[in-house]
Ligand binder design. Structure first.
Ligand SMILES: O=P(O)(O)OC[C@H]1O[C@H](O[C@H]2O[C@H](CO)[C@@H](O)[C@H](O)[C@H]2O)[C@H](O)[C@@H](O)[C@@H]1O
Length: 268
């Protein structure tokens, strides 16, 4: 009888060893792409209170300032929100709304690709907003976030049975009316555009001609990026849960320590 073994990502000691090999291998540009919430910023009940860890700000500044390293944040956050919270230096690539929004940080702000919804998409977004509000109505701890291309039903503060019902209704709404629906950590995101972190990563790596990518993320939406990357890339899951990533670290604090170490190794 054959037995299937669940994939077990390697630990942070193995991760540090592989990063040393990647740096010494000399393939450049090295694209370091990182999710935001739960990866660089510990999760919060109120998304507006999320902050990147102070040691993370320093590590990212060092990485972004190093020749041969390209830094990207790849998030489900709306672009303006991500830019405000990220505290990243000029030159950093930002991927927002799971890939529906793209920009690069400059000394003066953002150089961004404009997202233009069709009239039909704009109408659909308005209708999704109204119907998502119905899902939240009367349910303790359930609320709706609006983004330029999506609405998000949040359930982190709801009792488990309330959260489960709200998420099921939001998923149903997404499948009925959305172009894409993603079930993340205590969120259901319904978008009027098709986008995924996997497609966004493939596009960015091709554009930069990056032979090696280091990608870290904590949520199920990051699995699309893990899947899209290649065997010789370095994929890191932050925290628990099933994953297709090759490596796992326990927390954002642990990831930031690995990034500081990486910055030392690339000579930042
Ligand atoms: O791709 P990410 O950078 O991880 O962004 C995904 C979503 O992040 C935010 O929600 C998540 O973080 C919140 C703050 O810690 C937390 O309260 C929520 O439960 C998490 O799902 C953000 O609010 C969403 O819009 C992002 O899509």
């Amino acid at each position: 009888m054959s037995e299937t073994t669940a994939h077990q990502p390697a630990d942070s000691a193995a991760l540090r060893a592989i990063l040393t090999r990647v740096v010494e291998g000399g393939a450049r540009p090295l694209l370091v792409a990182l999710d935001f919430d739960g990866t660089l910023a510990p999760l919060q009940d109120d998304p507006a209170r999320s902050r990147i860890l102070p040691a993370g700000v320093q590590a990212l500044a060092r990485l972004a300032g190093t020749d041969g390293v390209a830094l990207a944040l790849v998030s489900g956050r709306a672009m303006n929100d991500l830019h405000t919270l990220a505290e990243v230096p000029p030159g950093t690539y930002l991927v927002g709304s799971h890939g529906a929004e793209r920009a690069r940080v400059t000394r003066f702000g953002l150089d961004r690709d404009v997202v233009q919804l069709t009239d039909e998409q704009a109408d659909r977004l308005a209708s999704l907003g109204a119907q998502a509000a119905q899902v939240a109505r009367g349910r303790d701890g359930v609320w709706v976030e609006s983004k330029p291309t999506a609405v998000v039903v949040h359930t982190r503060l709801a009792p488990p049975e309330v959260a489960e019902l709200a998420e099921a209704e939001a998923m149903e709404l997404g499948e009925r009316l959305g172009a894409g629906v993603l079930h993340g950590k205590d969120v259901v995101e319904i978008s009027v555009l098709r986008a995924s972190k996997g497609e966004a990563m493939t596009a960015l790596r091709d554009e930069l001609g990056a032979p090696v990518v280091v990608y870290a993320g904590d949520d199920v939406t990051d699995e699309h990026a893990f899947d899209a990357l290649e065997e010789h890339d370095v994929t890191v899951k932050v925290g628990g849960g099933e994953t297709g990533a090759q490596f796992r670290v326990d927390s954002p604090e642990d990831l930031v320590a690995v990034l500081s170490d990486l910055a030392d190794r690339v000579g930042a």
